[in-house]
Design a protein. Structure first.
Length: 390
């Protein structure tokens, strides 16, 4: 088996169970591994550290899965997937049938995401090690869950860095491309798995949608970056007086309208606005008691942080200007490279420039089906604050 020898002093992170080994940490390689091969990682003195999957092209040369000198075989992958499923079964309640089953490094399976939407599983593979073990993964999911279908949606940019083409299509069963009906905390949503963002729905905001539901009674709510109306439906279920949903995508807003209707609520058609959120916030004069900002990741790479910080500041500044005294701003960042501390500093700058007194009422993050490893802080990407504008 191929051996990766680390440079002197570069073994610390591996000993601390961080799952990534970067190219700059490697002193030499014994063997000629291809992307996806299993390799052993050793310190400079030749002492065993861990086993993982090799990447020829990515700056992360090895993703680690085992810190015991045992093979990463089908039995190991099967037990990791089973362990991930057991965790969800302990925590997810009966009125929810859509959640994340496998969360990459958070479940000890870097490069693998599996989401459940009722009887449909959606799988996303982002690097070569998991890509070469696709059949084993599908077989385990079939044996453990007996899904109606497994659909693969491996079209993420990180595959390009791995030298892998996109891989999209049905891997098990018979899946048509129509919207899939799910239930979340007793509410109904239709999810466009094939054409939607990520694997079809922002499952990581489930707890935050329930939180907004608890806040919304009697309030006028503006849901920015509304997508298919997750926060909109939650606010209506909580007794909101009205909700306006803003998103660039007309197609997403059409599904949002359907989701509102399916839950027995009614909103005027002009409450679903296809527009740029920044432009809308600058021009709207309607009064709102709660504004929700849940933008897409503005910083997908480390070099994007400065530009992303300006974008986060701008939309939060505009939202703060639009809220009355006592108004609430629920604001989110799902950018891995924006830390909670940096996000709070961005909000401080926005409040300062908006000339508003603002205080943090609560802080929010991932639900339990999106765990991240304590040894892998990069897995913590979702940050949210509830702010009161005074």
């Amino acid at each position: 088996m191929t051996q990766l020898y680390l440079k002197p002093g570069r073994q610390k992170s591996v000993k601390q169970r961080h799952p990534w080994v970067f190219s700059g940490a490697i002193e030499r390689i014994e063997g000629e591994p291809a992307s996806g091969d299993e390799v052993r990682v050793l310190d400079a003195a030749g002492r065993f550290l861990a086993r993982g999957f090799y990447s020829q092209h990515h700056s992360i040369r090895c993703r680690l899965l085992r810190w015991e000198d045992e093979p990463i075989d089908a039995a190991f992958l099967q037990e990791q997937i089973r362990s991930a499923i057991r965790l969800r079964r302990r925590w997810i309640t009966g009125d929810t049938d859509a959640y994340r089953l496998v969360n990459g490094e958070g479940d000890g399976l870097p490069g693998l995401i599996v989401d459940q939407y009722g009887d449909i599983l959606v799988m996303q593979i982002s690097h070569a090690g998991m890509d070469r073990r696709r059949d084993e993964i599908v077989q385990t999911l079939e044996e453990e869950l007996d899904p109606l279908a497994i659909y693969e949606k491996s079209d993420v940019p990180s595959r390009k860095a791995e030298g892998l083409p996109a891989s999209v299509g049905t891997r098990l069963g018979d899946f048509n491309s129509g919207a899939v009906r799910i239930t979340e905390n007793g509410l109904i949503f239709y999810v466009d798995i094939v054409g939607g963002q990520k694997t079809g729905f922002y499952l990581d905001q489930r707890d935050n949608r329930h939180f907004i539901r608890q806040l919304a009674h009697g309030r006028r709510v503006l849901n920015c970056f509304a997508y298919t109306g997750g926060f909109t439906v939650a606010a209506m279920a909580g007794g909101a007086e009205t909700v306006v949903s803003v998103d660039r995508s007309k197609q997403a807003l059409e599904l949002a309208q359907k989701n509102v209707r399916e839950n027995g609520f009614q909103l005027p058609a002009d409450h679903f606005v296809a527009a740029d959120v920044g432009d809308y916030l600058r021009t709207v004069n309607d009064p709102f008691d709660i504004i929700i900002l849940d933008p897409p990741a503005f910083a997908r790479h480390r070099q994007d942080v400065k530009r992303a910080s300006r974008a986060y500041k701008d939309i939060n500044l505009q939202a703060m200007k639009r809220l009355p005294a006592g108004g609430l701003l629920f604001t989110c960042s799902c950018s891995q490279h924006i830390s909670p501390d940096l996000f709070q500093k961005i909000l401080f700058a926005a409040a300062h420039d908006a000339k508003r007194s603002v205080r943090v009422l609560s802080e929010h993050a991932h639900p339990v089906d999106h765990p991240f490893s304590l040894y892998h802080p990069e897995g913590r990407y979702l940050h949210a604050f509830l702010l009161e504008i005074e």
